[in-house]
Design a protein around this ligand. Sequence first.
Ligand code: SAM
Length: 282
Amino acid sequence: THFGYETVTESEKQDRVAGVFSSVAESYDKMNDFMSLGIHRLWKYVPPRSPLPPTPILTDTRLQRDHFVSSLNPGATTPLGKPQRMLDVAGGTGDIAFRMLQHAHVHNANPNIHITISDINPDMLAVGKQRSLDLPASYQSNLSFLEANAEMLPAQIKDNSLDLYTVSFGIRNFSNIPAALREAHRVLKPGGVFACLEFSKVDKYPLLNAIYKRWSFSAIPLIGQLVAADRDSYQYLVESIDRFPSQEAFRDMIVDAGFAVSGDGYENLTGGIAAIHKGIKP
Ligand code: SAM
C-alpha cells in the first residue's frame, strides 16, 4: 500500500483516511499505547505535581514536564471563570479533550469551559462519545461532538468565536493542510491560540532517528497485524508520518495562514519524534 501525495488526489486521500480510521477506531487507544510504548500519554498530558485528587479517567504517571495540555493551561482565564471556548479538531476518541477538561476543572478549578470535539469520522467520534460517558457529569456538560471536515468547518463554528483550537496527531492526515490552517485562523478570536501536537522529524539525532525509523517501518505494521489484524492501516500511519513536513516547514505554513509565532514556533518532544507547534491569531 502506498499513499504518496504525488499519486493520489485529495478526495482519494480523504477516502483512504476515512477507511483507515473506521477500521482502527475500536483498537485505536490500545494501539497508541503499543506503538509509542506508552510515551504518547506523556506528550499529551502529565498532570502537574501539585496535589490533585484522583480522577476516574487518567492514571498517568505524575511527572512534571512540558507537554501539550498543561502547556495550554486550559481554564486559566483572566479573570478566573471567564468562559473559554475550545475546539479539538480530529479529536477522535477524546484523548485531548478529556485531559483539557480535567486540567480546567481540577487544576484551575474552572468549570466554565466548553469543548467541541470534532472529527470527520463518525466511528472515531462514536468511540469518543462512548468513553465520555465515564466522565463526571460536570465534565460531560462541557462537551459536544461534531462530525466535521477540518478543511471546511460548518457555519455553526462562527468566525472569531474560539479561544483555543487544538489538533493532536490529526493534521498529517488532512488532504489540504493549508485550507485547515486557514479555517483555524478564521474561527479563532483575535488573541486565540492554535496548537498542534504531531509526529515530526528526528533529524538532529541520527542514532535515535535510525532506531526510530526501524521501529516504525518494521515493528508498527507488524504490531498492527498482530494486535488489530490490520497491517495496511498501520503501514499508512507510518508512511503519513514520514511524509509530514519538517518542524520548520510546518511552522512556515502556520505563519502563511496568518498566525504569529514566538521563538522557533515549535517545541520538540522526545528528540522530535513529536513536536508541538503554536500560533496566535493577531
Ligand atoms: N486527536 C486524537 C489523538 O490525539 O489521539 C486522535 C488522532 S487520530 C490519529 C487522527 C484523526 O484525524 C482520526 O480520528 C481521523 O478521522 C481524523 N481526520 C482525518 N482527516 C480529517 C479531516 N479532514 N477533518 C477532521 N478530522 C480528520
